[in-house]
Design a binder for this molecule. Structure first.
Ligand code: FAD
Length: 362
């Protein structure tokens, strides 16, 4: 089973244009004899590197709430699983709105963590008028966020139970979509609109909350790839390229006056010792150790990067996914719960190459 589907334990379908027919592009028309798209060159000598990272999966959903502790306000913002890039700007907007409710209103805010969640939080806080200092052990390019694929798709995370959690999730999705839509208009941000193809046999159900936030995919009688005839669907998505997106985000945050400080925290008292009265905790998986949040569970993901080629589509099938970026063709991927230390496995590399080759009939 495709590991991306396994991330839900169920699967997915849907076109995420979320948010209206304007997003449906002319190429998404039904055609029975499509022009075939070229597959990437899937051979071992093209491998640039293999990477592995730990997704900050949190049972019960991501944590986004204020807590008063030791005379300080902690604003928890972590646990985005396999969808941190996708949800980042959406949950960061909500985090900034929560920060504005803190009384008396602080002027200076500490953001702890500098992955995609820390940096998008810093940006939305700066936009809301706060001064921001970012504390972290690692900054890009040394975070998990730098390893993400990254397709804009909310999979590999827990939405949470109940109507309130579902409504919050949809709010986050809509906000995030709107932000990425704006960023896609400026090539500097390395956010690209791309068609994402999926065969029908990879199509399974997503939770209702996800489906409600997406709009339907367009059915294709035949997917436009060499290999066996396969029906499937296409939808529009964003491809976000972390090696350029995160530095651009960092530049934006610095331009707006944020400052950076390298710091490692081991316990909650270390956070409470910071001079700022409002502390936004964007530690990802680090919150497990620092806050003792045992709802966080690492899920390892391994990816193989091949030499880049000018291909402008994404494809996901039962054997994995392919994201052609400017720096690499990214082959995914694995979903390995409970692995505590991320480590690329050469066997996984061979298996991923073989699975993708097989799918294209090579
Ligand atoms: C292989 C793989 C593929 C993925 N693909 C996608 C995708 O296609 N789409 C998508 O949306 N998402 C994807 N993800 C998920 C995404 O990468 C994560 O959800 C996201 O990176 C989480 O961001 P974060 O800022 O919370 O955590 P991180 O990026 O891990 O940042 C955490 C920050 O906290 C700091 N920190 C942690 N502990 C401490 C400490 N004790 N003291 C001080 N600082 C600390 C770190 O140094 C870092 O700055 C993928 C992840 C992996 C591993």
């Amino acid at each position: 089973m495709d590991p991306r589907h396994r991330e839900w334990g169920i699967g997915r379908r849907g076109f995420l244009g979320a948010l209206g027919s304007a997003a449906i592009l002319p190429w998404m028309t039904r055609r029975s004899e499509p022009e075939l798209l070229r597959p990437p060159n899937l051979v071992a000598p093209r491998v640039l590197r293999q990477v592995a990272g730990l997704r900050p999966f949190r049972k019960g959903g991501l944590r986004l709430e204020l807590e008063q502790l030791g005379g300080r306000h902690l604003l928890h913002h972590y646990g985005h699983g396999g969808a941190g890039v996708t949800l980042s700007f959406g949950s960061a907007e909500l985090a900034a709105e929560l920060a504005l409710t803190v009384q008396p209103r602080p002027t200076e805010v500490a953001v702890v963590g500098s992955g995609v969640i820390g940096l998008t939080s810093a940006l939305t806080l700066l936009e809301a008028g706060f001064s921001v200092r970012i504390y972290a052990k690692d900054f890009p390019p040394g975070t998990t966020s730098d390893l993400a694929g990254a397709e804009w798709l909310p999979i590999g995370m827990d939405v949470g139970e109940g109507a309130a959690a579902e409504a919050r999730f949809q709010d986050i999705m809509r906000r995030a979509y709107r932000r990425f839509e704006r960023l896609a208009a400026d090539p500097e941000w390395a956010v690209y609109r791309r068609p994402a193809y999926e065969p029908a046999d990879a199509e399974v159900q997503l939770p209702k909350a996800v489906l409600d936030a997406l709009s339907p995919a367009t059915h294709l009688d035949r997917l436009p790839f060499p290999g066996p005839d396969r029906a499937g669907h296409v939808r529009e998505t964003f491809l976000i390229e972390p090696p350029r997106f995160l530095p651009r985000l960092m530049r934006e945050v610095l331009k707006r006056g944020a400052s950076l400080q390298a710091r490692t925290f081991t316990k909650v008292d270390d956070l409470l010792a910071l001079p700022e009265n409002l502390i936004v905790v964007c530690l990802g998986l680090g919150a497990r150790e620092v806050l003792g949040d045992d709802r966080l569970e690492p899920v390892q993901g391994q990816l193989v990067h091949l030499f880049p080629e000018p291909l402008e589509y994404l494809v996901t099938h039962r054997g994995g996914y392919i994201f052609p970026r400017h720096d690499a063709i990214v082959l995914g991927g694995t979903w390995e719960p409970g692995v505590r230390e991320a480590r690329p496995n050469p066997l996984t590399q061979r298996q991923l190459l073989a699975r993708h080759r097989r799918w294209f009939g090579l």
